[in-house]
Design a binder for this molecule. Structure first.
Ligand code: SF4
Ligand code: SF4
Length: 458
């Protein structure tokens, strides 16, 4: 009997050592990744925790004292019960609500369109005659220096000039979103061409690609920008291919400084270029294709991407992707080439997580993001941001801000550690609550904006 007790005790001791080393090792891994990511608060906390959590296990392993076996077993039971509880796939059904808009959006109401209206023009007068309620709000952003203005608070000559350059190239690309289709239509096997388009897009730099049927509710009712202002939109193409592209984390971490607008315009350009390449390619095969790029859309990209299985729309009104959260840009190609559509995936965990997180709402300098639960807007249960207040803030900083995007717990880099946490968030209702608490602890509820990268300059 005594030998059996001794045997059990040595097993418990081994398990104690294994558990202590496991937890501590994991925290040291978090510490190293955080240093690489320049998340110094997270790295410090991980380092302290790796020691603090190891001490009781080491103590129990090394020293004997009365009731040691009871204390050891209790500690092990607590730790393993907590782990099991965190990873059990407990997923209460989350109300997705209505997801299909009952009426189309008019692109003329989008802030970028309103910003392009010039006082004294026919379009300006006509818009505010029909939308008198928006005049007061829009006068406010017109009082500000404006996007990329040298008088704005975040003015930085290099980053602003780079963003200008990106926008000028995009401007040059706008007229070529559509074009002539080759006379001969090549026979296509839908699965093969779908796979080809997805693989090629990724080789060109896309992060994710999805295909959906083009629905009427994806389309704006009227054009709000460019020469076709006010024209009713009609697009009868059958499919829409959505591509997302990553926005560089280091560039975004300075939000709302100049590198943000430099990066967002860069990725508008990169996603737009891929969309154009795909559209040209499809037309060369004898099928119609139109690229939808920054400033020349016929549709609402996040809605298309959501239906193509690339993510869910969260509290900020942006597409939340599984591996990069909202830290992406989207472009779309609509086409008639026969394709295989992707099923919409269940990302209702995003809705639940956004329901409790509210970090973006907490950091938003213009209080544009709601703290409330979703509400029904035009037949869809969703969050709506105050786009006038947001745009007015952009007019002050001269950049497209992005504070909400960078603090989002889904936006952390695409690596094993963060993907594991995002997987846990998707997997378990309990893990979600734990992950939010840990995110606040490790990164701060309102993390500070970083300095511009050295190569860009102070
Ligand atoms: S910060 Fe939080 S609430 Fe806001 S979009 Fe991200 S997960 Fe949702
Ligand atoms: S971009 Fe900035 S101002 Fe606009 S909603 Fe996000 S945090 Fe607020």
């Amino acid at each position: 009997m005594p030998s059996l007790i001794a045997y059990n005790q040595s097993l418990i001791d081994l398990l104690l050592l294994f558990t202590g080393l496991g937890i501590s090792g994991m925290l040291i891994y978090v510490n190293i990744i955080s240093i690489i990511e320049k998340e110094y608060r997270a790295s410090g906390i991980a380092l302290v925790f790796s020691t603090v959590f190891f001490v009781p296990f080491l103590f129990l392993y090394l020293y004997d004292f009365p009731y040691k076996d009871i204390v050891s077993v209790s500690l092990l039971v607590i730790v393993y019960s907590a782990i099991i509880l965190l990873f059990l796939p407990i997923r209460p059904k989350i109300k997705k609500g209505f997801q299909i808009p009952k009426e189309k959006h008019d692109e003329r109401n989008v802030m970028f369109s309103r910003n392009e209206l010039k006082p004294g023009t026919k379009q300006f007068d006509s818009y505010y005659l029909n939308n008198a309620d928006k005049k007061y709000l829009d006068d406010k952003f017109r009082e500000k220096p404006g996007l990329l203005s040298p008088d704005s608070s975040m003015y930085h000559p290099f980053s602003f000039a780079s963003a200008h350059a990106n926008l000028e190239v995009i401007e040059a690309l706008k007229p070529i979103v559509n074009g002539p289709v080759a006379e001969q239509e090549i026979d296509i096997e839908p699965s093969k061409i779908s796979n080809y388009l997805k693989t090629w897009s990724k080789k060109l730099g896309a992060h994710s690609v999805g295909i959906t049927e083009l629905k009427d509710y994806h389309l704006y009712s009227h054009k709000g920008r460019g020469d076709l202002y006010g024209k009713e939109i009609s697009n009868k193409q059958k499919y829409a291919i959505a591509i997302t592209i990553e926005m560089n984390n280091e560039m975004m971490q300075t939000a709302p400084k100049g590198s943000v607008i430099m990066e967002s315009t860069q990725q508008y350009l990169s996603s737009g270029t891929i969309a154009l390449q795909l559209a040209y390619f499809i037309r060369n095969l004898g099928y119609s294709a139109r690229a939808h790029i920054d400033g020349n859309y016929e549709l609402i990209c996040p809605l298309v991407a959501r239906d193509a299985g690339l993510g869910e729309i969260g509290r900020m009104g942006l597409l939340m992707t599984p591996k990069l959260g909202p830290r992406i840009r989207i472009a779309v190609i609509t086409t008639d080439i026969p394709l295989v559509i992707d099923k919409r995936k269940d990302f209702s965990s995003v809705i639940d997580f956004c329901g409790i997180c509210k970090k973006c709402a907490d950091v938003c300098p213009s209080s544009s993001i709601s703290f409330n639960q979703r509400e029904e807007i035009k037949g869809v249960l969703r969050w709506k941001i105050n786009s006038e207040a947001c745009f007015t803030y952009w007019g002050t900083t001269g950049t497209d801000c992005g504070r909400c995007m960078v603090v989002c717990p889904y936006s952390h880099p695409n690596n094993f550690m963060h993907n594991f946490i995002r997987w846990g968030i998707n997997n378990s209702y309990i893990f979600r609550r734990f992950a939010l608490y840990m995110d606040d602890l490790f990164y701060g509820r309102k993390p500070k904006s970083r300095k511009l990268p050295l190569w860009i300059g102070v």
